[in-house]
Every structure is written in structure tokens, then in C-alpha cells.
Design a protein around this ligand. Structure first.
Ligand SMILES: C[S@@+](CC[C@H](N)C(=O)[O-])C[C@H]1O[C@@H](n2cnc3c(N)ncnc32)[C@H](O)[C@@H]1O
Length: 505
């Protein structure tokens, strides 16, 4: 079929089943319907708007000298290594793309460095003193669909244009799953995975599952230069949620970084408030790491859905980005009991057939309501939304399920708590105009470290702050509300629930 298209154009299958014409003259593509494809192949004249879009693709014989040379966010120049470091669109894994170092000549390097998303081919030639044909020859291999490192555009991209961050690629495959990550009813069941599947606490949150808190454990302007745990402490104190001589229970503390930063912030005040800091976790490996990082705290091995503490013993329960790990249960006739009973008890909406319910998160709220002292509070953060159907992530090696926060708040209210939902962005007053590396740049720089046998922590780096082993040109920063090294902020919500002084649950 592709022989019927003009020279330099080929037909590609897109991940969503559609087709696109790819131009290897410019690295531009155009998704097409069958009807449009037939019109293009027919000798009949096409509507002007379509002609214009086809012109944008570039045709054989076009003068390309006025086109703007634009580098994909998935491509970086390593001038001192004389290589282009770029993602391979056809080699996609659940964790991202494979990356390759393609050797460049010294002249090629000059061309790649002069390409800055606003210079035309002619301007690149003038700046480098290389002939127009030399510039085009240097770029041509990278305009192919199997490289996609450059595009020759008619105009420079606008600053909000994110098209250079996307590759035309197969759908992202789902991550691997273990049979013991689900129970017989299809509910998520991560007990065994937490107990023996987490092997290395120092790299787990860099390589396997990066939380927002982990990424922002490094001082960042988004949090006025504070680490996440210290920022959380400030706002909890400001809301009067940390009384004097407080007992704090953190459920699922991960590396213990939040505990350490929160306690350091508390100890740095004139009158520290925290008397006891308890940690509950299901992973022995993480508990040991937490003890090293926050030695002033006390660790307990146990399950968040049945915390082993006396009723009325906790002033503040914190659980950051944990509850998506707790069992999420599909409702069916065979296992209807615990979910249906709560739907009736708390007045929850029934979700569409086959949907998951965040049963484990509800159980933590119920248990927390019993553990809290009168006047105590719980703060649970996680990814999800107010009314969105709980959805299982597919890119991780274990199932996490987003939280239906409206349900969670109804459960809290049903347990006698005063519940409030708010975006984590507001809870922590995050400066959303600040930046971090784009997802593509983060994947690229991490892949570069891996290729050299080095480890790069998953932090909210920017192009200026990210550690690098060689000069890297082409790292792109984006606002922290866009895809970067960690989950996007807009997906993070918090349940803040207080137990009234007179409450009996
Ligand atoms: C995604 S990590 C979050 C870590 C940390 N709070 C953060 O924000 O970076 C989930 C944490 O909860 C713990 N966890 C998961 N399920 C648990 C359960 N059922 N009971 C206790 N801890 C659990 C994990 O071992 C891990 O420490």
C-alpha cells in the first residue's frame, strides 16, 4: 500500500489502531482515516485545509531550508562523547523506552548543538559553516520513524506545545504481575509482595515505584526549598493537627524519609511537639531502612487494615501515598459481603458492574477512627480523584488502585469523623509554576546512568540540578503539573479527617 504514497512518505500503525502517514523528509506525521487515505491516493483535488496539512508533511523536492530544526524531548546530545542519546520508539517497555547512543562525527555534533527548536536549516548551516546539504545529511537518519529524534517544522513550536514530548510508538505494555498479587475473587492482595518482594530499600523508590514525597524529599522551590516531610509538618502544625506531646502514627513510611524530615523539623522548633513517632509497615526490609533513617521513631510490622495499637492512643495518623496498595475489591455475588455492607452503612454510590472498591483504604479509615484520641486527626494522601472509578495502574510491577476519594470521605464521616477532601497541591501550598525534568528527559538521563552502571535517585531534578556524568544538551524542564520523575500533582488528593472531642466511634 505504501508504494502508492508519494516518495518519502510511509504508512504507520498507531498504538490506538489508527494509521498515520510518516514523512521521512521532515520527521512529521499525520494521523489519517481510511477515507482520507483514499482521497490522498485518488487523483481528485483535495480540500485546501487537507492540502495544507499534507504540505506540512513535506514532499519530495520541497526546499527544506526554511524549516525549523526541532529536537524531540526524547533525544539528547552528548557533545563530549560525540553521540546522540535517544529513545527507540519501537522498543517500549512498561517502564519506558529503550535508549541508544548513536555515534556522531564532529561536524554532526556541531549541527545537533546548533539545532535549538527555533533555528531553520539555513540558520543552522550559517551558524556552523556547514553546507545546507551537510546539515540535512546529518539530520536525515534521525527523521526516520524508527528514530524520531528530529522534526523539520514549518514554524517553531510554541512554549506550551508538548508534541515534541511524544513519540509515535506502540502502546505501553502492561507491567508484569504475580499470581499472588490477587486473591481468588480478583481483589488486589499485595501482602506477600510487601513482605518478601521488596528487596532493596535504597533503590526501591527510585526504580520500582516513585512517590511524589520521594521525588520532593530534595529541597525544591515548589516547597520553598523544604523537603516534603518538613513541609507537611509545617502545614499540620498550622492546622493545629499536632498537639503538644503528640503521638504520631505513620502507616507505610517507605524509606522513612518523611518521618526523618518531619521529626527534624519538629526538633528544630523552640518547643518540639512530637513525643512518640510510631511506624507501621508490612515490609521488614523497609522497616529496617526506616529505623536507620529515623532512629527516634518506633517500628511495628503489621497490616494497615488492622493496625495493632490500642483504641484512643494516637493524636495524628499520617499515611502518605499508601492506600492505593491496600486491597481493592471487585464486587460480585461471590464476595459481596464486606463491600455491600459498607455501601449500605455509609451511603456510598454503587459503581458500574465490575468496578473495584477501595475496601482496604476504608478499613484503614475505620481502624484509624478507633485509634484516634478525641480531637485527633488522620491525613491520608494518594492518587485518585473525587468520583473517578478506581483504576488499576498498569505500568508498575504490582497492582495499585486509584482512590475514589468521595467514598473515602463518606466512610470517614460514617465513623464519626469530620472529613474534608483537598488536593495535596493546596494542603502543602505547592508552587505549581515551578519546574522539574520532563518525563522524557528523566527517562533519558536515568537510562544514561544505568548504561554506565550508575544509579540516579528519582527526585524532582531540573536540567540544572540533575547529577550527570557528562555534558548533556537537550534536557527539558516542564511545570511540575506535567509528567516528570514522579506522579503528577493534580492526581494527588488528601483526606483530612478529625475526630471531634466528644466523638464515640
Ligand atoms: C508506595 S509506598 C509509600 C511510601 C511512603 N509513604 C512515601 O510516600 O514515599 C507504600 C508503603 O506502604 C507500605 N504498605 C503497603 N501495604 C501495606 C499494608 N497493608 N500494611 C502496612 N504497610 C503497607 C509499604 O511497605 C510501603 O512502605
Amino acid at each position: 500500500m505504501s508504494t502508492m504514497l508519494p516518495t518519502g512518505w510511509r504508512l504507520l500503525s498507531l498504538a490506538d489502531g489508527r494509521q498515520a502517514i510518516w514523512s521521512e523528509l521532515t520527521g512529521r506525521h499525520l494521523p489519517v482515516t481510511d477515507a482520507l487515505l483514499n482521497s490522498i491516493r485518488s487523483p481528485e483535488p483535495l480540500p485546501a485545509a487537507i492540502e495544507q496539512r499534507l504540505d506540512d508533511l513535506g514532499r519530495e523536492g520541497d526546499l527544506l531550508i526554511d524549516r525549523v530544526v526541532c529536537r524531540s524531548a526524547h533525544a539528547m546530545v552528548l557533545p563530549d562523547r560525540q553521540t546522540l542519546w535517544h529513545a527507540l520508539p519501537t522498543e517500549r517497555t512498561a517502564g519506558g523506552f529503550s535508549w541508544r547512543a548513536t555515534p556522531l562525527t564532529i561536524e554532526d555534533v556541531r549541527v545537533h548543538l546548533a539545532a535549538n527548536n527555533s533555528r531553520t536549516v539555513l540558520q543552522v548551516a550559517q551558524r556552523t559553516g556547514i553546507s545546507l546539504q551537510g546539515v540535512l545529511d546529518a539530520l536525515m537518519p534521525f527523521l526516520r520513524a524508527d528514530q524520531q529524534a528530529y522534526q523539520l517544522r514549518r514554524t517553531a513550536p510554541r512554549s506550551r506545545d508538548r508534541s515534541l514530548h511524544h513519540l509515535v510508538a506502540p502502546a505501553r505494555p502492561a507491567g508484569p504481575r504475580r499470581a499472588d498479587q490477587y486473591d481468588v475473587h480478583g481483589a488486589t492482595a499485595l501482602g506477600a509482595w510487601h513482605e518478601d518482594g521488596i528487596a532493596d530499600a535504597t533503590t526501591h523508590f527510585d526504580n520500582v515505584e516513585t512517590t511524589f514525597a520521594h521525588a520532593f524529599a530534595l529541597p525544591h522551590p515548589a516547597l520553598d526549598g523544604e523537603p516534603y516531610g518538613a513541609r507537611l509538618y509545617d502545614h499540620l502544625v498550622a492546622r493545629d493537627l499536632v498537639p503538644r506531646s503528640a503521638t504520631i502514627l505513620e502507616v507505610g513510611p517507605g524509606t522513612g524519609q518523611l518521618a526523618s524530615d518531619l521529626l527534624t523539623a519538629d526538633r528544630g522548633t523552640d518547643r518540639p511537639r512530637v513525643a512518640r513517632y510510631l511506624r507501621l509497615d508490612r515490609s521488614p526490609v523497609l522497616l529496617a531502612a526506616q529505623a536507620d533513617r529515623a532512629p527516634q521513631s518506633e517500628g511495628f510490622l503489621g497490616d494497615a487494615t488492622a493496625p495493632p495499637f490500642p483504641d484512643g492512643s494516637v493524636d495524628l495518623l499520617v499515611s502518605n501515598e499508601v492506600i492505593a496498595d491496600l486491597p481493592a475489591v471487585p464486587r460480585s455475588q461471590r464476595n459481596d459481603g464486606p463491600v455491600s455492607a459498607r455501601i449500605a452503612r455509609y451511603g456510598l454510590t454503587t459503581l458500574s458492574e465490575g468496578s473495584l472498591y477501595n475496601l482496604g483504604a476504608w478499613q484503614l479509615v475505620e481502624a484509624g477512627a478507633r485509634l484516634l484520641k478525641p480531637g485527633g486527626a488522620m491525613v491520608l494522601t494518594e492518587f485518585g480523584d473525587l468520583d473517578e472509578l478506581p483504576t488499576e495502574t498498569t505500568h508498575l510491577d504490582h497492582p495499585e488502585v486509584s482512590i475514589h476519594f468521595r467514598h473515602l470521605a463518606l466512610v470517614a464521616a460514617g465513623c464519626g469523623l469530620q472529613a474534608q477532601l483537598e488536593p495535596v497541591r493546596d494542603l502543602l501550598r505547592v508552587h505549581t509554576h515551578t519546574q522539574w525534568l520532563s518525563r522524557a528527559s528523566w527517562e533519558g538521563i536515568r537510562a544514561l546512568h544505568r548504561a554506565e552502571g550508575a544509579h540516579l535517585e528519582a527526585r524532582a531534578w531540573t536540567a540544572r540540578t540533575v547529577p550527570r556524568m557528562t555534558r548533556v544538551v537537550g534536557l527539558v524542564d516542564v511545570p511540575i503539573t506535567e509528567d516528570g520523575p514522579a506522579p503528577v500533582l493534580q492526581r494527588l488528593w488528601a483526606l483530612v479527617a478529625r475526630k471531634p472531642l466528644t466523638a464515640i466511634c
